[in-house]
Design a protein around this ligand. Structure first.
Ligand code: KG4
Ligand code: ZN
Length: 350
């Protein structure tokens, strides 16, 4: 009798070291370590420090994941690892660990696209995706609207991306200029509590008629916040951090939700899935919920702990690949730090 697959997912693309264990769509357990505190003084992730931290955290974090799931390493039947995109040095550490494990256990290895992992995270909470959906990915490095069918079998259609900064990057940069530290998303969110989201009319880019319908741009917003802060400081006044943070958040959220809903309606679909680190943002979740409910659109957003990087989401893609009968990538797979999202597996299935 063949046993149910037990997929170990390995994530190391940025500053989180994650291991997750998934079997047939069910998250059994996970371990997560973060080097965010080590990057705080630099205001952003330092690749070399992230790589060293992954190396230090890998074995202890894997142990935590196994204990959390109540399984032994020998029970693992497949290994999946982020092979891109991400910081090259960081991806290399997790991918090398995954290769060692797959070789030692003599089990198949799958190279997974990190952003497909973000999308798959939602299936751990809400079950299989519908036949067709619009997925808004909002992370530190990417902001995209995708039309997705079967996440691991069908090609993924990019409807639009950002022309400049990713949404998370905008949070991180504005946080830095408000002196709120890294990572910026949670810091801005905390600072925005009690602030007035209508206090400052920051620009909503790319929303004019004739603008590309699903394309984003956040660098002008960041500059507008910087100018506002400079002006207030020059006038010798106290910077109203809560109001600026809340107004900035509202501007980002407005554009994200407006464009994502436009894609859902233009494509005649009924489900919007929002994933990636910025999907942990409370204002984004609330505004999206309100606007989706008003239009009868189903909204799916993973719980915040599955929005930011983790190993469970990579295991979730691996588990979907295994169950769809995908060919393993094999131990020869290389890291692809700038991989574009065409499909869930790297290299592409032909
Ligand atoms: O998906 P993720 O964990 O890593 C990447 O793949 O990039 O996303 C990290 C990004 C960071 O820019 C961080 O500031 C942002 O997600 N983020 C948030 C929140 N939590 C994390 N942005 C807004 N609000 C949050 N609560
Ligand atoms: Zn991510």
């Amino acid at each position: 009798m063949s046993r149910a697959p037990l997929v170990l997912g390995v994530e190391s693309s940025c500053d989180e070291t994650g291991f997750g264990l998934v079997s047939e769509g069910v998250l059994l357990g996970q371990g997560l370590a973060s080097s965010a505190a080590q990057h705080a003084e630099f205001g952003g992730v330092v690749p070399e420090i992230a790589a060293r931290a992954h190396l230090a955290a890998a074995v202890p974090t894997l142990r935590i994941a196994l204990a959390d799931a109540g399984v032994e390493l020998a029970d693992v039947t497949h290994v999946a690892a982020t092979s891109g995109p991400g910081l090259a040095t960081a991806v290399h550490v997790g991918l090398a660990a995954a290769k060692s494990l797959a070789w030692a256990l003599d089990v198949p290895l799958y190279g997974v696209h990190h952003l497909a992992g973000h999308a798959a995270a939602d299936t751990l909470e809400h079950g299989p995706l519908p036949a067709q959906s619009i997925i808004l990915i909002v992370s530190g490095g990417h902001t995209s609207i995708l039309h997705v069918g079967d996440l691991v079998r069908d090609p993924i259609e990019h409807l639009g991306d950002t022309l400049d900064d990713a949404a998370g990057e905008a949070f991180d940069k504005v946080s830095r200029l408000l002196g709120l530290g890294y990572p910026g998303g949670p810091a801005i969110s905390r600072a925005a509590t009690g602030g007035d989201p209508a206090a400052f009319a920051f620009p909503r880019a790319m929303l004019r008629p004739g603008d590309a319908p699903y394309t984003f741009s956040f660098s002008g917003l960041k500059t507008a916040v910087a100018r506002t802060v400079e002006k207030i400081e020059r006038a010798g006044e106290q910077v109203p951090v809560a109001d600026i943070a809340a107004s900035f958040e509202q501007a980002v959220v407005d554009v994200l939700v407006t464009k994502a809903l436009r894609a859902v309606e233009d494509r005649g679909l009924s489900t919007l899935v929002i994933v990636g680190g910025v999907a942990a943002n409370a204002r984004l979740r609330a505004v999206a919920a309100e606007r989706c409910a008003a239009r009868g659109i189903e909204l799916r957003v993973p719980p915040p702990r599955l929005c930011t990087d983790n190993g469970a989401m990579i295991a979730a893609v691996g588990d979907l690949l295994v169950r769809s009968g995908a060919e393993p990538s094999g131990l020869g797979i290389a890291a692809d730090p700038s991989a574009v999202l065409h499909g869930a597996q790297l290299p592409l299935l032909r």
